[in-house]
Design a protein around this ligand. Structure first.
Ligand SMILES: [Fe+2]
Ligand SMILES: [Fe+2]
Length: 218
């Protein structure tokens, strides 16, 4: 098997322990892509601590496993009817992550700063610290990646253009660091430019586009 080289060896025990909790709602895939973003943000953020940021990324969504699966999509999206479940997954996540980190007891990886970020990672949009800001930007920045946009469009069965509108209106404004903001705005701007290729050239990729006016509810 090809040697995967995304997750640093130091954090592989955490990934292996988190995996059984991540196999709901594409969380395992989301976690890997968010990890890659966090690694990039760390490169331009020398004040941040990889031993806090990267374990937190791997563990931040383990709590979704304890939320009833048929209710998952009601918790997120444009008009969530069960926002209480978002809070639940944070609190369950803190419990599960505490057990995992205590059990593993990796030298130099302290549980508390990690648990403090998991607790509030979705319900508090503010940057409580630079580590917290990077985790939140990697998590929300995922939405603007090719993988994130495809996944979200699939969850709600909506065209890509509708996902882009949602991100520009409701998600990008919450990015917390210059790097995160640029990533999110550049990704959505690039896809928006794709929608306009045909207008400029008379040929190009076809998209099922919606306007802001048509973009009502999903
Ligand atoms: Fe989350
Ligand atoms: Fe997440």
């Amino acid at each position: 098997m090809m040697q995967p080289n995304l997750i640093a060896e130091r954090y592989m025990p955490i990934w292996n322990a988190a995996r059984p909790f991540l196999n709901v709602r594409n969380n395992d895939e989301h976690t890997l892509v968010a990890y890659a973003l966090a690694v990039q943000f760390l490169k331009v953020t020398p004040d941040a601590d990889p031993d806090v940021v990267l374990p937190t990324i791997l563990l931040h969504d383990v709590g979704w496993k304890k939320v009833p699966q048929d209710l998952l999509l009601l918790a997120v999206g444009r008009k969530p009817t069960r926002p209480d479940l978002v809070r639940d997954h944070e609190l369950y996540g803190v419990e599960i992550a505490r057990e995992i980190l205590t059990e593993l007891a990796i030298d130099g990886i302290k549980p508390q700063p990690i648990l403090d970020i998991i607790d509030g990672h979705d319900t508090d949009n503010t940057a409580r610290s630079i580590n917290d800001a990077i985790v939140k930007d990697a998590d929300k920045g995922w939405r603007t990646t090719p993988h994130g946009m495809r996944t979200i469009a699939g969850w709600y069965n909506v065209p890509l253009s509708q996902v882009v509108l949602m991100l520009q209106e409701r998600s990008n404004p919450h990015m917390l660091t210059p790097a995160g903001r640029t990533l999110a705005e550049a990704n959505t701007a690039a896809v928006s430019a794709e929608f306009k290729i045909k207008d400029y050239l008379g040929h190009g990729p076809e998209f099922d586009t919606v306007t802001a006016q048509e973009d009502t509810e999903w």
